[in-house]
Ligand binder design. Structure first.
Ligand code: ADP
Ligand code: MG
Length: 241
């Protein structure tokens, strides 16, 4: 398994947000997390990226317990890319500088190597001509694609995408979804929280329905989305479609 979350518990005060959540993700697998707002999707992704500390359970990356307090969080984050709903690009930096900042400053990679790799990715996603531009000169879709490239320059083992199309105008959603589909084609292992059921159906190998901080049901998209076992999954799908 690339990612293995076992009995993960996360509370904020008395509020139990992840309640013994267990989820495994194999190599080259794409898992879509669906579930009502507040069901814990973002918290799970943040815990996997060590932006939030879990209270109990264990999270393994390639078999290594990354929730062990002796683990260096920066080393883990180098192996796990996380992209948020809002692109979070630095407005005062060019596209290229946005992408190379963390590899060079945090991970101490040689600047020219980071730059070459960033340009290679920008080329692949058709944004090479934007490398010197500032984020406000880009469309929302282009900004989000840059944010995804920024998560890819470390050649992560795992890419986490949290509602990456939710903040986009509808006409810009497609280009981001296409990029994610291409990444799947290249074998990238991904966990994506999404409200786009059509996209989950197309791109995910497995859909996991989160309910109250647990995976209530998971399976192939056509099964979970088309013929769910659990009443709560059915209720959720009936509400959003
Ligand atoms: P989802 O992404 O599925 O909508 P979240 O993981 O964002 O769900 O949130 C799950 C629950 O955790 C929500 O009730 C939310 O209010 C709560 N929560 C998330 N982050 C924090 C935080 N930093 N402090 C307190 N409560 C939080
Ligand atoms: Mg969320």
């Amino acid at each position: 398994m690339v990612l293995s979350c076992t009995d993960v518990r996360k509370t904020f005060g008395s509020h139990v947000v992840l309640d013994g959540l267990t989820l495994d993700v194999g190599e080259h697998e794409v898992v879509a997390l669906i579930g009502a707002s507040g069901s814990g999707k973002s918290t799970l992704l943040r815990c996997v990226n060590l932006l939030a500390e879990i209270d109990d359970g264990v999270i393994r990356l390639d078999g290594e317990d990354i929730t062990d307090p002796r683990v260096d969080p920066d080393a883990v984050r180098q192996k796990i890319g996380l992209v948020f709903q809002s692109y979070n690009l630095f407005p005062h930096m060019s596209v290229l500088d946005n992408i190379t900042l963390a590899p060079v400053r945090v991970h101490k990679r040689p600047a020219n190597e980071a730059r070459d790799q960033a340009m290679e990715w920008l080329n692949r996603v058709g944004l090479a001509d934007k490398s010197g531009s500032y984020p406000d000169k880009l469309s929302g879709g282009q900004q989000q694609r840059v944010a995804i490239v920024r998560a890819l320059v470390n050649s992560p083992r795992l890419l986490l995408l949290d509602e990456v199309t939710s903040a986009l105008d509808p006409e810009l959603v497609g280009e981001v979804l296409t990029m994610i589909r291409d990444l799947k084609g290249e074998g990238m292992t991904m966990v994506l929280a999404t409200h786009e059921m059509g996209f989950a159906r197309q791109v995910a190998d497995r859909v996991a329905f989160l309910d109250k901080g647990r995976v209530l049901e998971q399976g192939p998209p056509e099964q979970v989305l088309g013929d769910p076992v659990e009443a709560r999954t059915r209720q959720f799908l009936a509400r959003i479609i």
